[in-house]
Design a protein around this ligand. Sequence first.
Ligand code: ZN
Length: 165
Amino acid sequence: MDQAPRSPQPRRRPRKHVPTPVQLGVRPSTLLWRGLFIRCPACGGRHVFRNWFAMADRCPTCTLRFERVEGHWIGSLGLNTTVVFTVMLLVLLGGSIVTYPDVPLGPLLGTEMAIALLGPVVFFPPSRTLWTATDLLMRPLDAGEIDPRFVVVDPERDRRPRGGT
Ligand SMILES: [Zn+2]
C-alpha cells in the first residue's frame, strides 16, 4: 500500500531513456527493414501511403504520427538525395570501369539523367518510412505516441520493478 496521493506536480517528463526497439520489443534492424519495405517502422503495418506520394498522417494500425516533429521530413529528403547520388556515382564509376577505354558517354549520361529524375520519385515512399525508422532509433517514443498495445516496455507504466507479487 504505497500508493501516494496524486500530487499536482507538473509532469517534468522523467527522461527514462528506454530506446524505441526496447519499448517495442524488436531489434533495431527490424525497424529499418520495415522502413525499407514501406511499412510502419513501429508496428510493421501496411497501408501507410494512400498513394505513391501521399503518406497517411498516422499509421492505421498503431496510430503512430509519422511526422514526429516539425521539419521531420527534411531528414527523408536528405536520405533520398544521398541514396540517389550514391546510385548515380556507382553507375558512373561502374559504367566507366566496365567499358573503359571506350566509355559510351551518351548512354551513360542518359542513364545518369534517368536516375536523377526517376530515382527520387521511386525512392520517395521508402525514404519516408526509412527516415521515420531512423528517427525512432534516435529518439524514443514519448507517452501516447503510439497505441499502448504495441508497447512492450513503457517507462511510465513499468516504473516499478516487476516481481512484487
Ligand atoms: Zn504502425
